[in-house]
Design a protein around this ligand. Structure first.
Ligand SMILES: O=C(O)CCC(=O)C(=O)O
Ligand SMILES: [Fe+2]
Length: 349
């Protein structure tokens, strides 16, 4: 991993939310540039209350502290089409463009992602009903998650408004294409792990992947470890640390395709935090004279995945193509057709 500074721009989204037409255009251009160059942007003053984010991390810790048996009372269904409930460590294997079931099974066995997660969605999403614990197991968890969801949803629509301005998509812009809120709020916990296990690739926290929807919001704790591929140097990853009060936003594959690759869906992963990576050998020697293993602390993060309504035709957006110099690269596809194909690859059928 490279230790060099993150190239991801930091943008004041408050100027968009509260500003007039000109301010909105300035911010829209900043976000457009960030998505063209890196596919990621940090937004400050994004409108999701600091208190709500802190409370979400608190709930997340309380949830993952429960005994496994209890968490398994809200199990993620097998298969890749119902993305709700609890996934125990090792269940999900994130892969990049790997659709072959045998290859996937082998990958999972070789190097499972060492993380656990819980997913919930829109309360009115009938295609993927939520899967909650019995209320008495963690009173208040469900109602908190149901109240955090709309905060993230509002921010997604704000970003879609900014992107619509950048592309000059006529009113009402892209927001209605996400009106059904087929979004996914995920809480993620990476248990503490020996640094050597991560270093020697015995286990991963989350393997290099790109997201497959339109936009992802990511709140992360201060532990670090998220790395984003340098778009100009494939294979070279740069740290994307948490910035206080900022949310990290990235483009997913569906949006990259929709924008005719104007915006990048950039590969990212979670590995050893830079602070630990620099100390290659732990100077601590135990009483038997053996070197003690460096432990990478637990990490908690909260991604919020957005995608378009399933009947949306994903056909190159205005401003992203022209007949002569920049023709459409991809065939039209519905959001449904595209997302199903990608989700099926994540879980054993
Ligand atoms: O935990 C993180 O910071 C990254 C999570 C992520 O990339 C994902 O869930 O798609
Ligand atoms: Fe991701």
């Amino acid at each position: 991993m490279s230790e060099s500074k993150s190239p991801i721009p930091v943008v004041d989204f408050g100027r968009f939310l509260n500003g007039g037409k000109e301010e909105k255009e300035v911010v829209a251009r900043q976000i457009d540039d960030a998505f063209r160059n890196v596919g990621f942007v940090y937004l400050r003053n994004h409108g999701v209350g600091r208190g709500m984010v802190d409370r979400c991390f608190d709930w997340s810790k309380k949830f993952f502290d429960l005994p496994l048996d209890t968490k398994m009372l809200a199990p993620h269904p097998p298969g890749g089409s119902h993305h709700r409930g609890y996934s125990a460590p090792g269940l999900e294997k994130v892969t990049q463009h790997q659709y072959d079931a045998n290859e996937l099974a082998k990958l999972r066995q070789d190097m499972p992602d060492f993380k656990e997660s819980f997913e919930s969605g829109n309360t009115t999403d009938e295609s993927q009903p939520n899967i909650w614990l019995p209320e008495e197991k963690l009173p208040g968890f469900r109602s908190f998650m149901e109240s955090f969801f709309p905060e993230c949803e509002n921010l997604v629509h704000g970003i879609l408004d900014a992107l619509s301005i950048a592309l000059k998509v006529p009113e009402p812009g892209l927001s209605p294409t996400h009106s059904e809120s087929l979004f996914q709020l995920r809480i993620l916990h990476y248990p503490s792990i020996g640094a050597d296990e991560l270093r020697k690739n015995k286990r991963s926290r989350i393997n290099a992947h790109s997201d497959f929807g339109t936009l992802t919001l990511l709140f992360q704790d201060s532990v670090g470890g998220l790395e984003v591929e340098d778009p100009n140097k494939p294979g070279n990853f740069k740290a994307a640390p948490a910035i206080e009060d900022a949310v990290l936003v990235n483009i997913g594959d569906l949006m990259a395709r929709w924008s005719n690759d104007r915006w990048r869906s950039t590969v990212h992963r979670v590995g050893i935090p830079p602070s630990i990576n620099t100390s290659t050998v732990n100077p601590n020697v135990n009483t038997e004279g053996k070197r003690e293993e460096v432990t990478v602390p637990d990490r908690y993060s909260i991604p919020f995945f957005a995608t378009a309504n399933m009947d949306t035709i994903i056909s190159a957006l205005p401003g992203c193509w022209d007949e002569e110099s920049n023709p459409k690269k991809y065939e039209d596809v519905t959001a449904w057709g595209y997302v199903q194909m990608r989700m099926a690859a994540l879980y054993d059928a």
